[in-house]
Ligand binder design. Structure first.
Ligand code: BGC
Length: 770
């Protein structure tokens, strides 16, 4: 755990340069705009430890799977998001000496990620080995307005000398992925060119054939005046640069503005990439840095209008929640249904930048409430478009007749995970995809989605579950054998309560939606049934039979749902009694020992209770929470939020807050010593859920939003925005009461502490805090 980020409501600030923190900060201070993003690598050369990373959404490489023993059904490839051309480079040479903070005495170092306006700013003073002192200010951003554009303004002032300063802006396509399985480089050069005021490289990925053109244009200012210095073009394989030498005078600043564009063949015909790149560059150069920055601030102001959570009385919590919201918005903007949300977003390579169940189970609630409904619709369409591959994936494992098993990890619909216990067994992801459809429709009332897309996915998923269960002669019930639940510290278990509960819910929901769609548009229903050979009577009667005869483990003595068969045979030593030195288990214990232990990586039974809360009375929830929570090690960042929400539901405000704290500053404080790999983007949505569903007690019930708020003791108030079925609400919870403003033209009915109230358009209500 670290504590070097300065508290500030709107900015993430680091003061003083500590190389030990550099890679962590490279993650935390990352930038992105949904289309591209990058770690906060320095512009000038840095020979210390650094993880360089520039990413272009959706551009991936199928890196050949590496396993010790091949098993039939394994995916051949692990798709990974690629480190793409590095466009941040501005090398600095001071009279023949390279500026490199690893070799300088650095003072007044300050980095600021300004979340209100969406830029990264860095200031420092440095003295080189030869005694040259400079001051530097660098500002950069990835444009939210023009998502193929970015800009950097780098200003250097010689403090104690006059002489030649050479600034070398470059585009370097010769990059590597740290996680490459065979140390391969994934890009080939297609073309490159130097221009008098810039240059570009056009790269193509091996195997997948994506082409990405990355280009720059620059302008130079001395003491604020445009100058035309001497420029020397440099080119080598996959690399273009311009060495710009300026006669610098002591105390007079030199600024370079580097305009960047990054275009991919996903959005442009390959033959047009270079011409379109130049158009984009010319457009942003004409706009100018200051206008681009002003537009960036305006775009973020608009985002914050609907996204902001204001916490009064706790700066560190305020900073944390804004950081989470900021990173989620930098990662996914919902413009493109081919894109998704990698667990690390644009902040690192880990998890391959691919799509996990995290999207449906954790991110969907965030985007549903804080963005236009088309954003979540695009996340659902992403899966809809991959249905064919999910059916192929099911077929590969022996399922038939249109049964779909969505991949655990994917870029384009193909399964990319290669641990059998996850690929073949962590099948609950299928349920999360169905649950997201349910969530979307109850949130937006967009039932047309079910007619046009949703039902087809739901039937394919129901078909999978109906084939995945087995009939146990001994039990005279259906069982679900050989699964891995969300708790990945158990593999190949039977009757994981969560998976079985989700499976039958999926089948039930599919049947409910069939009825809805038949009423809404019988012709479309008939056409779909014919197209997918859906024999409604036979198939739904099997679903019904499974629903009625499914086996779920339950312990009569403890009166809790059993996470899986045999769970209680494990030695039951609680987490609090584990030696501190043994934690985290996944770094300290052998896998064998973990599998035999009772420790739970992340919410499992409790994840199911969270999804289907309305099925259980408070006492049932309490018993299960009290049993499973003390056995949970929360070694996935996705876990504490579910526990926070349930603790809040049970009225345990202090514990709800404690769980919230575990994720809110997870990356800012490097809680798990792993922020250097990248930030935990998908669990940031869980932090948001802890505030809104935990402290705000928000639920969707019977087509209405309901709230059961409380205020964490340290806060004096908090407020959040929610969009629901066309209405926009601002909910403020303070010690004096709960105030809900309807800021839209649509009247809506809410339930606060169990009492129903209508809030007409542009009106507000106030309720005393309970
Ligand atoms: C968790 C999974 C999650 C993945 C990516 C793993 O550690 O156990 O549930 O999908 O990380 O975030």
């Amino acid at each position: 755990m670290k504590n070097y980020i300065k508290p500030d409501e709107w900015s993430i600030i680091e003061e003083g340069f500590d190389p030990q923190h550099h890679q962590i900060s490279e993650s935390i201070f990352s930038l992105g705009n949904g289309r591209m993003g990058q770690r906060a690598n320095f512009e000038e050369a840095y020979s210390g430890q650094s993880l360089q990373g520039n990413y272009v959404a959706g551009v991936y490489y199928p890196d050949k799977t590496r396993v010790g023993w091949w098993k039939n059904g394994y995916p051949e490839y692990f798709a990974k998001v690629l480190n793409a051309a590095n466009w941040t480079i501005i090398d600095i040479n001071l009279d023949g000496e390279q500026l490199d903070l690893a070799n300088c005495v650095v003072s007044n170092f300050r980095r600021e990620l300004n979340m209100k306006q969406g830029y990264l700013k860095r200031n420092f003073s440095a003295k080189t080995a030869n005694g040259k002192a400079v001051e530097v200010e660098a500002i950069r951003f990835c444009s939210m307005v023009d998502d193929e554009a970015a800009a950097i303004k780098y200003t250097i002032t010689p403090v104690n000398f006059s002489g030649n300063i050479t600034l070398t802006p470059a585009i370097d396509g010769d990059v590597v992925n740290k996680d490459s399985n065979y140390d391969e480089k994934f890009w080939d050069e297609v073309s490159k060119a130097n221009q008098p005021d810039g240059g570009y490289v056009l790269m193509r990925t091996k195997k997948t054939g994506f082409e990405v053109a990355t280009g720059m244009k620059f302008s130079l200012l001395q003491n604020g005046q445009l100058i035309q210095p001497q420029v020397e073009a440099i080119a080598r394989e996959k690399y273009v640069a311009s060495a710009i030498t300026v006669q610098a005078q002591q105390g007079r600043s030199i600024s370079i503005i580097k305009y960047v564009a990054n275009l991919s063949s996903q959005n442009h015909k390959p033959e047009n990439l270079v011409a379109n790149l130049n158009d984009t560059l010319n457009r942003i150069v004409a706009k100018g840095f200051d206008t681009m920055l002003a537009e960036q601030a305006a775009a973020w102001a608009k985002k914050w209008e609907r996204n902001d959570i204001i916490i009064e009385g706790d700066v560190s919590a305020q900073q944390a929640i804004r950081f989470n919201i900021f990173q989620l918005n930098q990662t996914y903007t919902g413009e493109d249904d081919r894109l998704n949300i990698g667990p690390k977003g644009f902040t690192g390579e880990k998890y391959g930048g691919s799509t996990y169940w995290d999207t449906e189970a954790y991110c969907v609630p965030f985007y549903l409430a804080t963005a236009d409904q088309k954003v979540t619709r695009n996340l659902l369409l992403y899966r809809y478009k991959q249905l064919g591959k999910a059916i192929e994936n099911g077929a590969l494992l022996g399922f038939k007749d249109g049964a779909a098993l969505y991949p655990m990890v994917t870029m384009d619909g193909t399964e990319c995970h290669n641990e059998w216990e996850i690929t073949f067994e962590e099948i609950h992801r299928n349920g999360a995809i169905a649950y997201a459809i349910f969530n979307y429709v109850r949130y937006t009332a967009d039932e047309a989605y079910l007619v046009d897309y949703g039902l087809e996915v739901l039937i394919a998923i129901a078909r999978f579950w109906s084939q995945r269960v087995s009939w146990s002669q001994a039990k005279e019930q259906y069982v679900m054998l050989g699964v891995t639940g969300p708790n990945e510290y158990e593999n190949n278990i039977n009757n994981n309560w969560y998976t079985s509960t989700l499976a039958t819910w999926c089948m039930g929901y599919a049947m409910e939606v069939i009825e809805k769609v038949k009423v809404a548009d019988k012709a479309k229903y008939d056409a779909l049934a014919a197209r997918i050979n859906f024999d409604e009577a036979t198939e739904t009667s099997r679903y019904q039979h499974i629903i009625e005869k499914m086996y779920y483990g339950y312990d009569e003595k403890l009166q809790v749902f059993l996470q899986q068969d045999g769970y209680l045979d494990k030695e039951q030593i609680l987490v609090k009694d584990l030696p501190k030195a043994d934690r985290p288990l996944n770094q300290k214990w052998s896998w064998d020992r973990i599998l035999r232990s009772c420790y739970i990586k992340q919410a499992d039974v409790l994840q199911g209770i969270y999804f289907f809360e309305d099925r259980y009375d408070l006492e049932t929830i309490r018993r299960n929470f009290d049993f499973y929570e003390p056995r949970t090690v929360h070694e996935s960042s996705l876990s504490p939020c579910v526990h926070a929400i349930l603790a809040a539901k049970l009225g345990d405000e202090a514990r709800a807050y404690e769980f919230y704290l575990r994720t809110a500053r997870l990356d800012l404080d490097d809680y798990n010593n792993d922020t250097e790999d990248g930030c935990h983007i998908t669990s940031m949505a869980g932090t948001w859920m802890s505030v809104v569903e935990g402290f705000g007690g928000m639920r969707v019930r019977d087509g209405k939003l309901s709230f059961q708020p409380f205020i964490p003791a340290k806060w004096s108030s908090f407020s959040f925005h929610i969009g629901f079925c066309g209405a926009l609400l601002n909910v403020k919870v303070s010690k004096d009461g709960v105030q809900i403003k309807n800021t839209s033209d649509k009247s809506t009915t809410v339930v606060v502490y169990g009492r129903e109230q209508t809030i007409t358009a542009n009106a507000e209500i106030k309720v005393n805090i309970h």
